[in-house]
Design a protein. Structure first.
Length: 214
C-alpha cells in the first residue's frame, strides 16, 4: 500500500472512533459496519481504513502492513507492544480490566490461603503476570469470548475480563473483586515507518492529538 493505512476493528472501537475520524478529515467513504470491504476509502485519497479483528490490530501495525492503528490498551498489553510507538491515549472505548468471581466465592480467602486458582481469560499473558506479581498460583484457561460463563459452568474460579457498565457481570451473578488496569483506546504507529516516513505520518498523529484535546 503506497498511501497510509489505519488498522482498526469494527464494533466498539470503530463506533467511538467515528467522530474522531471525521474531525481529522478521515470520514470513511462508506459505512464500514455495513460494507463487506476490508479496506475502506476515506475523505483523504491517501488514507484508508483497514478493518481487522480487535486483537489483530497491533500485529498489522507492528509488521508495517498498516502504518497506524487504533487499539485498546488491553489488546496492546497482551500483544506486548514491540515495534509499536504509542503516542496517544484517545480516551475512548474506556473500561476496566477486572478479576471477577461468582457471587459468594471467597476470593480474598482463596488468595490468602495460597489456593491454586483456575482463571479463565482471553488475556493469558496479562493474567499470568498479574497473578505472578501477587504470588498467586493460577491454572490458566484460555477462552476466546463469553468469559462470564466460565465460573457459572464450573470451568473456572475466576475470570479476567473487561467491565464497563458492570451489567454483564450482574446479569450473570458475578462480582468484580480486583482491578488490573484501566483501559482506553490508543493510537499506535509502526516505529520503523515513523522514522522513514515521518513527514507523511507525523502531521496525521498531530491531527489526532489536536482532535482529542478537550
Ligand atoms: O468481538 P470480537 O471477538 O471481534 O473482538 P473483541 O471482543 O475484542 O472486540 P470488541 O469490539 O468487543 O472490543 C474492542 C475493544 O473495545 C476492546 O479491546 C476494549 O479495548 C474495548 N472495550 C471497552 C470493551 C469494553 N469496553 C467492554 N465492555 N471490550 C469489551 N467489553 C465487553 C466485556 O468483555 C464484557 O463482555 O463488554 C462486556 C462488559 O460490558 P458491561 O457494560 O456489561 O460491563
Ligand atoms: Mg466483542
Amino acid at each position: 500500500m503506497t498511501g497510509i493505512g489505519i488498522a482498526l476493528s469494527k464494533g466498539r472501537i470503530l463506533e467511538e472512533t467515528g467522530p474522531l475520524l471525521a474531525r481529522v478529515g478521515l470520514a470513511p467513504k462508506e459505512d464500514p459496519e455495513r460494507s463487506r470491504k476490508l479496506i475502506i476509502a476515506t475523505a483523504r485519497r491517501d488514507v484508508s481504513l483497514v478493518i481487522v479483528r480487535a486483537a489483530d490490530t497491533p500485529t498489522y501495525v507492528a509488521h508495517g502492513a498498516a502504518d497506524l492503528g487504533i487499539a485498546g490498551k488491553d489488546v496492546l498489553a497482551e500483544h506486548g507492544g514491540e515495534g509499536l510507538y504509542q503516542p496517544l491515549d484517545l480516551g475512548i472505548a474506556r473500561c476496566r480490566m477486572m478479576v471477577a468471581v461468582k457471587k459468594g466465592f471467597d476470593y480474598a480467602g482463596a488468595v490468602r490461603q495460597g489456593a491454586r486458582l483456575r482463571v479463565a481469560t482471553k488475556y493469558p499473558l496479562i493474567t499470568r503476570e498479574f497473578f505472578a506479581g501477587k504470588g498467586v498460583h493460577v491454572d490458566l484457561i484460555r477462552l476466546y469470548g463469553s468469559m462470564e460463563l466460565a465460573p457459572i459452568m464450573g470451568l473456572a474460579d475466576a475470570i479476567v475480563d473487561l467491565v464497563s457498565s458492570g451489567k454483564t457481570l450482574r446479569a450473570n451473578k458475578l462480582a468484580a473483586v480486583e482491578e488490573i488496569m484501566p483501559v482506553s483506546a490508543r493510537l499506535i504507529v509502526n516505529q520503523a515507518a515513523l522514522k522513514t516516513r515521518r513527514a507523511q505520518l507525523q502531521p496525521l498523529i498531530d491531527a489526532f492529538a489536536k482532535a482529542v484535546q478537550p
